[in-house]
Ligand binder design. Sequence first.
Ligand code: SF4
Ligand code: SF4
Ligand code: SF4
Length: 207
Amino acid sequence: MGEKNLTRRTFVVGGAALVAGIGVGAVAKPCAAQANVLRPPGAVSEADFMALCIKCSRCISACPTDVLKPLGMEDGVLRARTPTLSYLAGSCTFCDECRIVCPTGAVGAVDPFAPETGRIGGAILHEDRCLAFLQSGSCGVCVDACPYEALSFDEGRKPVVDQKKCNGCGECVRVCPANVLTSFSGGEVRGIEVVTDKTLSEMGGQR
Ligand code: SF4
Ligand code: SF4
Ligand code: SF4
């Protein structure tokens, strides 16, 4: 399946053993396969991240855009309080602060113009939410906002993501006005979303 088809697809979003002396890193690895969490740019593999991150929150405190948030219990107790990203109020500028303050090396350096060096994830469009899909030509805010020229219009003036350029910064999510339509439910539903490479792969993407 080509990237163009992928980006158009509607994606519905969609104790005691510890005390017995088993190290946190050793416990984390068996559940690493199920992990599907957005991590700071340049983060090591999820298994290594769980072994290295000491939940000190330094990265979250240092992030100037507040895009980093502590994970709740939704991905299990071991992942609670580890850093993840929420683009509702901010996006990642690849400022490198999270890497600088991390005391364990869980976060590495990234060139945002070379996403293969450690991108956060990739953006996908939701055809059932994006205003440009619901009414052709009605919106293109994300295309104009993308700092990395990863978004463009197709022949029908609907946005398309170039996964080779997208680094998961989330600026498109931050500026997307589609949440107005769902403001009654909290305004957190946008026409575009950044998902992990694991999710993209499960959707049939190239990563
Ligand atoms: S690179 Fe900067 S903006 Fe991005 S998550 Fe890290 S501290 Fe926040
Ligand atoms: S900003 Fe949102 S609604 Fe507008 S084209 Fe982009 S994804 Fe669609
Ligand atoms: S996450 Fe959105 S704004 Fe950022 S590079 Fe990807 S398409 Fe562009």
